[in-house]
Design a protein around this ligand. Structure first.
Ligand code: ADP
Length: 240
């Protein structure tokens, strides 16, 4: 359970977030939508503990994160996987070494786990290829595998499909759904693409000028059933 209680964040004169009140259940897939500059990324940066709120509290399972010692904050951060719009892969490392990088930073090696994840994201055949030789969709698969390497409880996706075409967007959404079914992380999916958010998330939060201005339940499963024909998907989408 994650609770934000009256959370605000300012940068000098700029009020990036104002009085955010939010409760997230463990295992939920939450979509965060809003125009550019509405505060979505700032919210993610608070959730992954890169930034501290200027005001208010963030509680995980009732524990106030601001009161934790640094070591405990790092332990919390290790439970978070990040996926970015621009993939953030290291160009001088091949696919399997990019995936293993978070382990290297804590002096661990788990070759079997790297192989399993390569397989899980469908990139086993490109284990030794460098990022420059990958398509956008493939790069995002690698970056998602890297985010999973330390078994995150939280997966924070910042515009993860926004650089991809329709087909790759759909396949990344399916992959995130498969991850959710298999590992049950809580997923935050920030995007300005409402249709994509609708296809994945259980709940959609709308941000405007640093405020949470709306919150809607959503039933994504109908879009994720691979057996549906395109026509069927359009029909169901128009009915909902
Ligand atoms: P979004 O992700 O919805 O595009 P952001 O969270 O990036 O929005 O930004 C919200 C507001 O906070 C914007 O006005 C932005 O310019 C400002 N902002 C974000 N980060 C910083 C920062 N590090 N320093 C100053 N202003 C910032």
């Amino acid at each position: 359970m994650l609770d934000l209680i009256n959370v605000s964040k300012s940068y000098g004169e700029i009020q990036a977030l104002s009085n955010i009140q939010l409760s997230i259940k463990t295992g939920e897939i939450v979509g965060i939508v809003g125009k550019s500059g509405s505060g979505k990324t700032t919210l993610l940066r608070l959730l992954n503990l890169m930034e501290q709120p200027s005001d208010g509290k963030i509680l995980i399972d009732g524990i106030n994160l601001q009161t934790l010692p640094k070591k405990a904050v790092r332990q919390q951060q290790q439970k978070m996987g990040m996926v970015f719009q621009n993939y953030n892969l290291l160009e001088n490392l091949n696919v399997q070494d990019n995936i293993a990088l978070p382990l290297k930073l804590v002096k661990e090696k788990k070759p079997t786990k790297v192989r399993e994840l390569l397989n899980f994201v469908g990139m086993s055949h490109k284990a030794e290829v460098y990022p420059a030789q990958l398509s956008g969709g493939e790069k995002q698969r690698v970056s998602i595998a890297r985010a999973l390497i330390r078994d995150p409880k939280w997966l924070l996706c910042d515009e993860a499909t926004s650089s991809l075409d329709e087909e790759n967007t759909e396949s990344i959404v399916r992959l995130l759904y498969k991850i959710h079914q298999e590992f049950r992380p809580t997923i935050f999916f920030v995007s300005h693409e409402l249709e994509t958010v609708k296809s994945l998330c259980h709940r959609i939060l709308v941000m405007e000028n640093g405020q949470l201005v709306g919150e809607f339940p959503n039933n994504p499963n109908q879009f994720l059933d691979e057996k549906l024909s395109y026509l069927e998907k359009v029909k169901r989408s128009l009915q909902s």
